[in-house]
Design a protein around this ligand. Sequence first.
Ligand code: ATP
Length: 223
Amino acid sequence: MAGSGTFWRVALRVFGLTGGIGSGKSTVARRLRERGLPVVNADELARVAVLPGSDALRQLIAHFGPKILDAEGGLDRAKLGRIVFADPEARRVLDAITHPVVRALARNHFAELAERGEPLACYEVPLLYEVGLEGTYRPVIVVNASDELRRARLTARDGLGIEQIEARIAAQLPLAEKVRRADYVIENDATVAELEAQTDAVFDALCRSLALDSERYPKPELR
Ligand code: ATP
């Protein structure tokens, strides 16, 4: 049944994965995929939602004008990002246009997974708490790391300046609050191999809590 985190046919259970910017969500998701768990990524769905020719892109152009397009006629996400970052009303319009499409795409993915008999899937949603999905996708795993480590990793990965990083961190619910609300917390304050080992341990505990056999998701060698 859509909207409850449990989908029809087989009882597909979908749990949430979230965290702060640069806290290590993608690295955790990669490990879960390596173990054979289906992981759906909300950011990817949000990109699909506004592909050229889509109804959502037409609505965005109608509202914001063609200045949000790149030379090829696709959405220039950086440009739109700058607009909505500075204007909460513009952010509200963007969300109102794109969120229903993302929700529908997610439902389709989960229906397909249920159809093929998957008992469990992960939905990686960076803004899970901010958009109010914590009741839908349970349990929730939060990936935690100190602000200092996140700054250092984002600087290395994206070449972002300190001000851009601070603005992005400030735009989200504080990571400490997400940790407080989490069902499971993965601490990412050491090496990638340790992050993967912790991911394994938390995922095995989550499987146990749902009476699922984690042997179904074999562990490849750690990095
Ligand atoms: P975003 O919110 O920006 O998408 P994220 O939460 O998905 O980020 P990752 O992309 O997994 O985070 O990690 C951020 C960067 O830090 C990546 O370049 C990743 O390889 C690196 N990283 C993650 N964990 C560690 C670690 N324990 N040690 C060293 N580097 C790490």
